[in-house]
Structure formats: C-alpha cells, structure tokens
Design a binder for this molecule. Structure first.
Ligand SMILES: C[S@@+](CC[C@H](N)C(=O)[O-])C[C@H]1O[C@@H](n2cnc3c(N)ncnc32)[C@H](O)[C@@H]1O
Length: 258
C-alpha cells in the first residue's frame, strides 16, 4: 500500500480510538447529553376559530383586532360595560407620571390617561398598527394636547426606553400578544423600579361576561404567565369593574433607583 494512504489510515484509526474513549468516558462519568428545553410556544391544528392556533402556557393566543374595526373601540356602550372612570380611579394616577398604554388602539384610554397625568406627565401610546397611531395623532391634534407620544411597537417589543415608565397599562390587549413572553421581558425592562404593570382583561371566571373565550383571561392564568418574570411581584387584583378585572404587578426595587 502507498505510504501516504497508510499514514492516513493510521491517523483515522487513532482518531476513532480517541472519540470512542471520550464517549465511553462520558458514559462512565454519567454525563447525559444536554436536555432539549421544550419549545416556549405550541401550535395546535385544532383550535378556537377566534384564535391563531398558537398556545402559551396552555392558553390560545387571540387574533389581533384589525384597525378596520377601530369604530367598535369607541362605541358608547363601553361606558356601561367597562366604567372607564372607575378604572382610572383604581389606577391611582398622579400628575407627572410616565404611563405607557400598550395596544392603545384608537386611544379610548390614552386620552383619559393623558388628562390624569396632566401637562407634566407623558402617555406613550404604543401599537403595532400605524393606522391606530394615526388616529391617536389626529385626535391629539384636534384636542390641542401635547403630552401623548405615539410609538410604533414590534410584536415582541414595545420599543420603550429602559427604566423610564411608572405604569404600563394593557386594556383588552395582552391576550392578543403574538409573543407574550418576549413582550413581558421588554415591558419589565421599560419599567422603573417600583413601576407597575396593569392588566385589564375580561374575566374568564365569569360566564355572564359576553365576550369570546380567547378574548377573556382568568386571574390564575395571568399570574401563571407572570411567574416566569421574577423581577415582578403581584400587588393587587381589583374586581370592582363591570366585566373586567384589573391585575397589577410591580417591578421589584426601590422607586427612584435605576
Ligand atoms: C382590542 S384592541 C384594544 C385597544 C385599546 N387598548 C382599547 O381598549 O380600546 C388591541 C390593540 O392591541 C394592538 N396590539 C396587538 N399586539 C400588540 C403588540 N405586541 N404591541 C402593541 N400593540 C399590540 C392591536 O393592534 C390593537 O390595536
């Protein structure tokens, strides 16, 4: 046999011995191959027609409400169904606060928040549909206000500055987030220490609430999903609204420190 071929064969044999020694050593030492972590999201073929077939922690994510239905967000019936004044009072807003209204839609809550935080405060109205942000900009122009800032978010990131927000409010939106885990990570980053994250969701526990199932959330499910974010602690659940509950978490740490 040619001497170069012989040398190559010897090298291959040596490499084989080394590799088999390494694997038998791992087996002897009881080192198991690294476990694969389960995927964060699950896709199911059978699902609610109002959902997207993507599940997070057992909950199906709802379809995003398109801007074509923005009139529905400003329907007068919301006064009776949601009692917005009572919600505003429960949020304990103060002049000068920086509030983020994530999934602001046409601004139904944005301008109520803007009134409460006053000229020295700011409301960051975040949405992923430019048409919704355009409606808010137009409304702000008509009202002659200057304390609302519209922000184009991404499906996994509200694009807010870290440690800049006193209160994030999510009215009837969290259940639509396509990437809830990533949104939560980025919302936590945006909060100041002591800042609050407030979920306003239709009560799943209450069968009388006439809202489609994937658009409702139970308090237990919200708490289960937020347990993946140990930087937050649950503060209170307010049940005094007609159809919704307000579930509030706060970012751990001393207010005023970043
Ligand atoms: C049902 S509407 C609620 C609007 C408003 N909060 C209200 O109560 O009138 C939900 C809004 O959330 C927006 N949205 C969905 N996913 C979002 C995300 N990841 N980030 C920001 N906005 C989002 C949608 O574009 C839509 O405008």
């Amino acid at each position: 046999m040619h001497s170069r071929t012989l040398l190559t064969l010897r090298l291959c044999a040596l490499l084989g011995i080394v590799l088999s020694c390494v694997s038998s050593h791992s087996a002897l030492m009881g080192i198991a191959p690294a476990p694969q972590s389960p995927p964060r999201y699950e896709t199911r073929a059978e699902h609610d027609p109002n959902g997207i077939g993507k599940f997070y922690m057992g909950r199906e994510i709802a379809m995003v409400m398109g801007h074509e239905a923005s009139d529905w967000l400003d329907r007068p019936e919301r006064e009776q169904e949601e009692n917005p004044a009572k919600l505003m009072a429960a949020l304990k807003l103060k002049p000068g606060m920086a509030v983020a209204d994530i999934g602001a839609g046409s601004g139904y809550y944005t301008f109520r928040l803007a009134k409460a935080v006053g000229k020295t405060g700011r409301v960051y109205a975040v949405d992923i549909q430019q048409e919704m942000l355009d409606l808010i900009n137009e409304r702000q122009r008509k009202l002659g206000l200057r304390n609302v800032v519209t922000v184009m978010g991404a499906i996994d990131d509200p694009k807010l500055k870290p440690n800049s927000i006193d209160l994030i409010i999510l009215v009837d939106v969290y259940h639509e987030f396509d990437h809830p885990y990533e949104m939560n990570v980025n919302m936590v980053k945006a909060l100041k220490p002591g800042g609050r994250l407030a979920f306003v969701e239709f009560r799943m526990e209450d069968e009388e609430v006439p809202i489609k199932l994937v658009h409702k959330m139970s308090e237990a499910q919200v708490k289960k999903e937020m347990a993946a974010h140990p930087e937050l602690k649950w503060v209170e659940t307010y049940k005094g609204l007609p159809w919704q509950h307000l579930i509030v978490f706060a970012k751990k740490g001393m207010p005023g420190r970043t």
